[in-house]
Design a protein. Structure first.
Length: 292
């Protein structure tokens, strides 16, 4: 009786992952190098544009975003820190776009007392004559301007990071009120800065550099990602850490881009050179003596 169990064909071997050819590797390395360089140029160009339009105020405001992102990446609780050239580009562009509303918003708040004829007006608080204007400026910054800027911040960051409007409303509802509450102590400090610069005009040149530090802190506080306060504390102990971290990240990215470009160029040259090498001469088989 024939065996009912027919012989099973051997299992087909899984296809091995195709290794990229030399040309494919060269093209990928070249593409990565071009992307990194382009991202760096776009980010730097955005900061330069903000500087050209708003001077030092534009420079420190636009630059505060990528610096804040760099610190945030370092302080992530999951330890998965990654600051790429694309991150630098997106944050710099977001910072440049955020500069006009911040600048004009502060100017509008500072002009409010004059617009309502309250300059020079004083109020009797606990037996002391207190100027009304700085209090009004500080109050408007805390209760109106900062909430409005935060309402702009979340959609702007979402658009830059996701490159789409889809899901923006859901993200806003999820993060806006939580972020605004977390930022209240910082908002109180920044509002006091604005009020002080209004009350003492000689402090005005220091306002935006001070707000730039506040923007770095806002970038960290408003982020929904969990951070390690132990890691964050290291940055607070060294005020110079943030610029050096950003500079190190940019230098590293530039170094990698240069390395990739150099490797790609060398590989491409080798690949092209190999095309012109003479083909090896075919070996002739030895003649076989005829059998007798």
């Amino acid at each position: 009786m024939a065996d009912n169990n027919a012989a099973q064909p051997p299992e087909a071997k899984k296809e091995e992952k195709k290794q990229p050819t030399t040309l494919e590797s060269v093209l990928k390395e070249s593409s990565d190098a071009v992307k990194a360089s382009t991202n760096a140029l776009l980010g730097t160009g955005a900061i330069a544009a903000a500087t050209g339009l708003f001077g030092l105020d534009g420079l420190v405001t636009a630059a505060s975003f990528p610096i804040g992102r760099g610190i945030l990446e370092y302080a992530k609780a999951d330890g998965k820190s990654k600051f790429t050239s694309a991150n630098f580009r997106d944050e710099a562009i977001a910072g440049a776009l955020f500069t006009p509303p911040l600048w004009y918003g502060i100017e509008a708040v500072k002009q409010t007392p004059k617009a309502y004829g309250l300059e020079g007006t004083v109020a009797n608080i606990l037996g002391a004559s207190v100027p009304v204007s700085p209090l009004l400026v500080g109050g408007l910054t805390f209760g109106v301007l900062t909430p409005a800027l935060t309402a702009l911040y979340y959609p702007l960051q979402y658009l830059m990071q996701n490159k789409t409007f889809k899901g923006m409303g859901k993200d806003f509802k999820k993060n806006y009120w939580k972020g605004l509450k977390r930022a209240m102590p910082l908002t109180a400090i920044s509002s006091t800065m604005v009020a002080a610069a209004y009350a003492a005009p000689y402090l005005a040149p220091l306002l935006f550099p001070a707000l730039a530090l506040a923007n770095i802190a806002y970038r960290i506080v408003l982020s929904p990602e969990k951070i390690s306060y132990k890691k964050l504390g290291k940055t607070l102990l060294s005020p110079l850490y943030a610029p050096f971290y950003l500079a190190g990240g940019i230098a590293s990215a530039a170094g990698k881009a240069y390395s990739k470009a150099a490797t790609a160029a060398y590989s491409l040259g080798s690949a092209i050179g190999s095309l012109f090498k003479a083909a090896p001469k075919p070996t002739t088989a030895p003649a076989v003596a005829p059998a007798h």
